[in-house]
Design a protein around this ligand. Structure first.
Ligand SMILES: [Zn+2]
Length: 324
């Protein structure tokens, strides 16, 4: 299984609830534990400004490029602007684009890659899954960034695949926060099915309607959460997606500082397994991104993200084992 990651995701944003060090920590833990090998890791190239313009307005992009956000826009983004920050997030968008191309078997033409072209020609019986140790920037709108999300990586990746012939995709957004930017970008059109399950009484205040929104009460817990997920996934898959993007946010966790759904680590792992198994059984390519995670102890966030990728690896290996 290929994993997309760049050490450049770790940036200095001062004292902040968003731990960008989680990215190198997840990467290191996966290699230490033997879940992945160094040769499985692909360094993405930054998304170009043209790639970003498939989703974002020219006005917003020039403000980001030149560092001319207004005070209000900077406050809405909740990240300190710097050229380094813009670079890091452009690479992160490139990472999701790259992971989506790997999962769907599209040749990543201009991207830095250790892949041989032949490896991209996957057999149809193979479970096509690619993980991105990053991404899930679902709060970014076309004309502004917000909630730690400067650019909408999933939307850019969907537009990239659409430019290569993809017609239908589904986004399974299980971050604790509603995927407002993504829902706004794709609207309720059936071709790009946006599913968000989140804590209803939490940021963002305005939740534009997606294809399927499940707003859960505070403190929902594992069993309620998993029950709702089990009911929702068949609805998502009924949209007949050619690719599924899974935002495996770690912030529904019970000790998260920005989330209040009170899921246990075991519950989150079951969540991951449910999504991965559903998509695998349907024979649809899967792209997994980390999204949020703000546990009081960063190690908890790291462990939850590692669990997700371990579940993906397990499913990929199991599938290989059953291939005849
Ligand atoms: Zn979140």
């Amino acid at each position: 299984m290929k994993v997309v990651y760049s050490a450049r995701y770790h940036i200095d944003i001062g004292p902040h609830v968003f731990p960008t060090r989680k990215y190198p920590l997840v990467h290191a833990r996966l290699v230490e534990n033997g879940v992945i090998e160094s040769s499985d890791v692909i360094e993405p190239a930054p998304a170009s400004w043209d790639d970003l313009s498939r989703v974002h307005t020219p006005e917003y992009l020039s403000k980001m490029r030149e560092g001319t956000l207004s005070a209000t826009e900077a406050a809405q983004l909740e990240l300190p602007w710097s050229a380094g920050l813009v670079d890091a997030f452009r690479i992160m968008v490139g990472g999701t684009v790259h992971a989506a191309r790997i999962a769907t078997g599209v040749e990543p033409s201009s991207l830095k890659s250790q892949l041989e072209t032949s490896e991209l020609r996957v057999e149809s019986s193979e479970f096509r899954v690619a993980c991105h140790i990053g991404g899930g920037l679902h709060h970014a709108f076309p004309n502004h960034g917000e909630g730690f999300c400067p650019f909408n990586d999933v939307a850019v990746a969907v537009r990239d695949l659409q430019s290569r012939g993809l017609e239908r995709a589904a986004i399974v957004d299980l971050d604790v926060h509603h995927g407002n930017g993504t829902a706004f970008i794709f609207g309720p059109l059936p071709q790009i099915f946006t599913f968000s399950m989140h804590q209803q009484h939490n940021y963002p205040m305005w939740k534009p309607k997606g294809s399927l929104d499940v707003g859960l009460p505070d403190g929902a817990g594992d069993s309620r959460y998993l029950r709702e997920l089990q009911q929702a996934l068949p609805v998502v898959m009924a949209s007949d997606p050619q690719c599924v993007f899974y935002l495996a946010g770690a912030d529904p966790y019970e000790d998260d500082q920005l989330g209040g759904l009170r899921l246990t680590r075991a519950g989150l792992r079951q969540r991951d397994r449910m999504v991965i198994e559903t998509v695998r059984a349907a024979g649809v390519p899967l792209v997994i991104m980390l999204a949020g995670g703000y546990a009081r102890h960063v190690e908890d966030t790291v462990a939850i993200h590692v669990d997700t990728i371990q579940e993906a690896q397990r499913a990929a290996t199991k599938h290989e084992g059953t291939k005849t």
